[in-house]
Design a protein around this ligand. Sequence first.
Ligand SMILES: [Zn+2]
Length: 264
Amino acid sequence: MLKKILLLAVIVIGLGFYKSQAQTADEITAIAEGPKILVLNYHQVADKTAYLAVPPDDFDAQMKFLVDSGCITITPDELYAGLNGEIELPPKPVLITFDDGYLDNYTNAFPILKKYGLHATIFVIPSFTGVYPNYMNWEQLKEMEANGITIESHTLTHPKLEELPDDEIRSELLNSKNLLEEQLGHPIEFLAYPTGTYNLHIAGIAQDIGYKGAFTIKYGVVDRGSNFFALERVPIFHSPTTMKDFYERIAWRQSFEEFGWKKR
Ligand SMILES: [Zn+2]
């Protein structure tokens, strides 16, 4: 009799354990099924033969494609809040980003973004702002910010951060943040690493200084498994078949999920 009771107890406890494991698995699945955010990365929008320059006509067609596909453009703050579960993101969230702050972002990309009512984020190099003719000036940045564009930091002088001593990494990240905040009058909390390179040490300094997140050029989709200081992006380049490449890059991003691709 005692043996039977013991056996029953083992079965009941065992079933309870199995159930709690199953619930945990469900919870994990729910986390994995959180928002997926496509972050596009552009540099120049210009009619020239350069890898980093997407022709304006192609850029226009790409923006139209996003709108026609029902994508909703979001800000870095919304990405952050969405991943933290503080807000609900739209069904197809896209963050459009530009690195470096080239003048053609203002002359060529901005009118197209306005035409479609799209939001975008530009990571600028504030020591270049208003200094070099190929880069935007402060008035242009302010005008864009008044019209749905967010400006964030791409460091003060665009160095290869991993080659710098700690005090210089710190000054690149902090001085760019301070200068942009002074000029634009709002907190600067997001960073794009120059040339996309970073390591845990640099990420730690960025976090220390008060950044909330940093973008890389690691190819992939941002979701709850992403590291806030190593956020993935999908770079868009100019090639003889820019549009075909664009569609393929977006499609590959979707196929990550279809094939059960995991980032960790
Ligand atoms: Zn750059």
